[in-house]
Design a protein around this ligand. Structure first.
Ligand code: SAM
Length: 284
């Protein structure tokens, strides 16, 4: 394990608002005001945010495509005692944004990395979508080309977790139509658009209805968008719990298979045909 020298600086990973400046947390302002330098995805873009909060700290550009010397220079600077703050254009760095190379190299070099949490579009969307949030998978941006996009969707079609995607406004309609094709028209999808901003819209529906709604209103094809997809329903053979089996065995001791399946369906919520087939398999 690498140990952190106490006279070193710190790499702070600082979240910034995703639209509403009121979401800038006080600790983020304080950190950006006090570090030696801010490594920003786009210094011109960030200059507006920094001016708004009267942050005068010098800024340098950092991107994951920056050459290796930029990463090395930043790490050397932290090791020499300066603290550095990493920010992206909006939201949490590293979440579909630059920062991975810097944070990984910093940790490998034994530099202390401290997160300053704040806005993140996918978490904001998940918190308001009303979809299961106990297990979810963040999938970032889907491929831009349709064949690759459908292949990716296909690989996720049976995933039981809530799926979260970022999508560009000019592709939203095609993506919803592809989702209807691959996941089936009935799959529930929530579109969270322009979160924290004036035209914030959160709309949930089955995916074919949502696609038709987006097609009929071009305003829905603007701005920044998160798509959340209900996980795949469990295959019914996995839905048979020990309790369901017990209910069915008691019913089958007393009743013909057809009647047991019909009553079992009412008691368990499972489909009558499925329980009928299950009962026949037990008799084999
Ligand atoms: N790092 C950011 C975060 O923490 O959410 C994400 C950066 S990624 C380059 C930009 C994408 O995030 C947008 O295309 C959109 O899909 C999503 N996004 C960002 N801000 C948003 C907002 N206010 N409402 C909805 N989606 C947003």
């Amino acid at each position: 394990m690498t140990t952190v020298a106490s006279n070193q600086g710190i790499l702070y990973v600082v979240a910034t608002p995703i639209g509403n400046l009121g979401d800038m947390v006080p600790r983020a302002v304080e950190t950006l005001q006090t570090v030696a330098v801010i490594a920003a995805e786009d210094t011109r873009h960030s200059s507006r945010l920094l001016a708004h909060f009267d942050i005068k700290t010098p800024c340098i550009a950092y991107h994951d495509h920056s050459d290796e010397t930029r990463v090395e220079q930043l790490i050397a600077r932290i090791q020499a005692g300066d603290s550095v703050a990493l920010i992206s254009d909006a939201g949490t760095p590293l979440v579909s944004d630059p920062g991975y190379r810097l944070v990984r190299s910093a940790r490998q070099a034994g530099v202390k990395v401290v997160p300053i949490p704040g806005a993140c579009a996918m978490i904001a969307a998940l918190s308001a979508a009303g979809l299961p949030s106990d297990r979810f998978a963040f999938e970032g941006f889907l491929p831009a080309k349709q064949v690759a996009r459908c292949t990716q969707l296909q690989s996720l079609a049976a995933d039981p977790r809530t799926l979260i995607f970022y999508e560009a406004p000019h592709r939203i309609l095609e993506t919803l139509q592809d989702m209807a094709q691959v996941f089936g028209a009935e799959r529930e999808v929530v579109m969270a658009r322009e979160l924290t901003k004036t035209f914030e819209t959160i709309k949930g529906s089955n995916v074919s209805e949502l696609a038709a709604w987006v097609e009929s209103d071009s305003n829905q094809q603007r701005g920044e968008i998160v798509l959340l997809v209900h996980g795949a329903p469990k295959p019914e053979n996995e839905a048979m719990t020990p309790e369901h089996m017990h209910i069915m065995k008691v019913l089958l001791d007393e009743l013909p298979v057809k009647q047991a399946a019909a009553i079992g369906a009412k008691l368990t919520g499972l489909k009558k045909n499925f329980l009928y087939d299950w009962a026949l398999q037990q008799a084999e």
